[in-house]
Write a protein that binds this ligand. Sequence first.
Ligand code: BJW
Ligand code: ZN
Length: 251
Amino acid sequence: MSSFKNVEDSRTKYVGNFIRESDFLVVLTGAGVSAESGIPTFRGADGLWRKYSPHQLATYEAFMKNPNLVWEWYSWRREKIKSAEPNPAHISIAKLEKVKEKFWLITQNVDGLHRKAGSQKIIEFHGNIWKEKCISCDFKRESYEIYKDELPKCPNCKNLLRPDVVWFGEPIDPDILHMSFDLVKGADCVLVVGTSGVVYPFAGLIEFSIKSRKKVVEINLEPTPFSDLCYISLQGKAGEILPQILNYIVQ
Ligand code: BJW
Ligand code: ZN
């Protein structure tokens, strides 16, 4: 056991060293980063998609068919997220931004915990659970409401407001998509944390990074479709591994 630990230590040290030496670091994150804050992931043993159907909750068609059900689910998640705090993984990523001159974070998470931890150079690829938009006009707003009976309506056109997140079958905002690919193109090191890597086009950012021979480091509890293709894949909790790596970067 202790020799296994030494191997792991030398790998985190190695990763820490080349992240420190890297010119431009891009971090890509998924639900696993927030798991240690008590926010459920989507896939895996306790994942949301084990209990709920993505087709009934995370598509525009589902929302139009049963907006009450979809808002109930998002209100439940808002309650959970409201009381959650960033964990050592979010905090380490925010600290990386402070020490790396060229840095960007691209997250699939809608929970806002990266910002709460202090991250600023951040792209929220799938939107934000605290934002709402009208289904008909351009109206958007930030809201911390938990909806029980009455659903939110647009003050301009009186149509329904929906969570400003990206559901299955919906395109990513083109500006966000282009900026994300441009950032990854410019990076020499890409750190991929806590994502199953199965949802596209986000997974395309990982695929592209590997194909263009960037130093791709993955941190995940379990193997993913990209684990064998990465430069280094570290298996374990992001909230434990990231602070260890950071120790070798900030001395
Ligand atoms: C830990 C840990 C710890 C746990 N430490 N690790 C190409 C091929 C096949 C299909 C497609 C394709 N291109 C597009 C598609 C369709 C679809 C798709 O990808 N489907 C696949 C699932 C098959 N994609 C789309 O529909 C996208 N839109 C699109 O392509 O539009 C095209 C278009 C163009 C023009 C016009 C119209 C359309 C949109 C995808 C939107 C995804 N939305 C969701 C919901 C967001 C809102 C919300 O949160 O409610 O995004 S679904 C859900 O999955 C959420 C997540 O962001 C996303 C990714 O999940 P993530 O983050 O990876 O979480 P998990 O749970 O999967 O994994 C967690 C990981 O953490 C695991 O690996 C654990 O091991 C690990 N872990 N604890 C470290 N402590
Ligand atoms: Zn409207």
